[in-house]
Ligand binder design. Structure first.
Ligand code: FRU
Length: 518
């Protein structure tokens, strides 16, 4: 896999490091450096070089999961957007592909989705080849510079070779800007009951629904959200899909909406609503909304169309617009979250969207023995592990006050704290390594209130990679995704009983996670 990316990497590295051609040449000629750079994720997707943000065009077709992504190949900061591209057969190991969509005379290519047009409703198919159709937002920098508000419109492109090459539709844009500045991120899916395509896109403070028979002509059929949910920033990257509630068997629709600022722990975050969709209108089941992930680094996530097992698979961008441009990585910037299966549960009369790593991730885990131990009130226990920054930590914890701290010889540490009265989990990354690149990154503890207030013991699983930590409580009922930049791997775990009674910790194990780039 490494070999495949080498040639495009060489070019990109030269562009990226143009201020220091010697360094670029050296990096480009040394295969071993790629994916071994400081802070480089070992089992999360990250681009070979340069800037990445949102996942785009998530679709499964002909045995392949496609991951397109917001990409600016010429720098490690945001710029005129392209769609980068990678493919996988298991959502775990990725193969880099050439850039799929380049900016054109209408504009740069913002976020969007992709569908398999099985019935050739678009007419793009030929010689029996089924078209893959990408639906994306055009963003005109020229209009933006001139202060015009109609710079965002929707366009489509198609591929007849399963995403290898793309042709833009000659009559783009397919949806012109209606005079709304933020008008973007179309998610399209096939709605069987009405035998039509449905699009949800965002328009500043609300979502708009459109319907089409051919992916080219669209009618606005309803709006949702002006008076619902969080509005700390403009709405971005919507998604809508049905799920069957595990406990009751009823079918509900889930709407996902990201907001650039105003999330519970600051900056960007993703909220969701559960309700009904009748083919025209979405109606929320409750007044309230919930957060998909309480950590600060899971943004703009959306789900796959056309999955082979019918499951809802989700990937998010593992960053936050508060500091995304400043994170201390070298030749690339950003990674994706672990791919996750979404499920709907009913907990204490509320619908809860659970997100938990896909099954295929198991193939990367090295088995290790589990242990059990008890701690007296106030007692601590320290466990040494060679490299926690490529590991999965699992354990069963009682619902009592406690903390779990990962640390290294540089006295950098990442703590997970449970506070029983409030059913609250906190992540403390204030001293986790390099935090100085941005004030908001390391200025406070992050918290999460668990939906399930009774399950005892709780199952905690923490996936730690070179520059991230993802905590899943009770198989994804509570999730916190956080970036971290330790200067060397953590190699120690300290457990502390902060309660005034004895506690037993069960099924504790640390599994090594193999690199996907070797
Ligand atoms: C979300 C977002 C989208 C937009 C894209 C541009 O992170 O702002 O709304 O399409 O990024 O790169």
């Amino acid at each position: 896999m490494l070999k495949k990316v080498t040639s495009i990497t060489a070019i990109l590295l030269l562009v990226c490091c143009k201020n220091n051609p010697k360094e670029a040449e050296q990096l480009a000629s040394d295969d071993s450096v790629l994916y071994q750079e400081k802070h480089r994720p070992q089992y999360h997707f990250s681009p070979p070089t340069s800037w990445m943000n949102d996942p785009n065009g998530l679709v499964f077709n002909e045995g392949v999961y496609h991951l397109f992504y917001q990409y600016y190949p010429n720098a490690t900061v945001w710029g005129p957007m392209h769609w980068g591209h990678a493919t996988s057969t298991d959502l775990v190991k990725w193969e880099h592909k050439p850039i799929a969509l380049y900016p054109d005379e209408i504009g740069a290519i913002f976020s969007g989705s992709a569908v398999v047009d099985k019935n050739n409703t678009s007419g793009f198919g030929s010689n029996g080849k089924v078209p893959l159709v990408a639906i994306y937002t055009y963003f005109s920098m020229d209009k933006e510079k001139r202060g015009e508000i109609d710079g965002q419109s929707q366009g489509i492109a198609y591929s007849l070779d399963n995403g290898e090459t793309w042709t833009k539709f000659a009559d783009n844009p397919i949806i012109k800007n209606p005079g709304i500045k933020d008008f973007r991120d179309p998610k399209v899916f096939w709605h069987q009951a009405s035998e039509s395509w449905i699009m949800i896109l965002v328009a500043g403070d609300h979502a708009k629904f459109y319907r089409s028979k051919n992916l080219k002509e669209w009618d606005n059929i309803s709006d949702f959200g002006e008076d619902n949910g969080a509005h700390g920033g403009v709405w971005e990257c919507p998604d809508l899909f049905p799920l069957v509630v595990e406990e009751t068997g009823e079918k509900k629709w889930v709407m996902i909406i990201s907001i650039g600022s105003g999330a519970p722990n600051g900056g960007s975050g993703t909220q969701y609503f559960v309700g009904d969709f009748d083919g025209t209108t979405f109606t929320a089941a409750h007044e309230n909304f919930k957060w998909l992930d309480w950590g600060t680094d899971n943004y703009a996530g959306v789900t796959y169309n056309n999955t082979p097992d019918g499951k809802r698979k989700f990937i998010g961008w593992m960053s936050n617009w508060q500091y995304a441009l400043k994170t201390p990585t070298t030749t690339w910037r950003s990674a994706m979250t672990l791919p996750r299966d979404l499920k709907l549960k009913k907990i204490e009369d509320e619908y809860v969207l659970v997100n938990y790593p896909v099954e295929s991730l198991q193939s990367l885990l090295k088995n290790d023995a589990t242990t059990e131990f008890s701690l007296a009130p106030g007692e601590s226990k320290v466990v040494e592990v060679a490299n926690l920054n490529q590991s999965k930590i699992s354990l069963q914890l009682p619902r009592k006050d406690l903390s779990l701290t990962l640390s290294n010889g540089k006295k950098e540490s990442l703590s997970f704290i449970y506070e029983a009265v409030e059913h609250m989990v906190m992540v403390d990354r204030t001293n986790s390594g390099d935090t100085g690149f941005n004030y908001d990154f390391g200025n406070k503890l992050h918290y999460m209130i668990l939906e399930d207030k009774s399950a005892n013991p709780m199952a905690w699983e923490v996936f730690v990679d070179a520059s991230s930590s993802e905590l899943f409580v009770n198989k994804g009922e509570g999730v916190m995704t956080e970036q971290i930049f330790p200067s060397e791997p953590y190699n120690q775990i300290e457990f502390k009983n902060l309660s005034n009674t004895k506690m037993v910790i069960k099924d504790f194990t640390v599994q090594e996670v193999y690199s996907i780039w070797e």
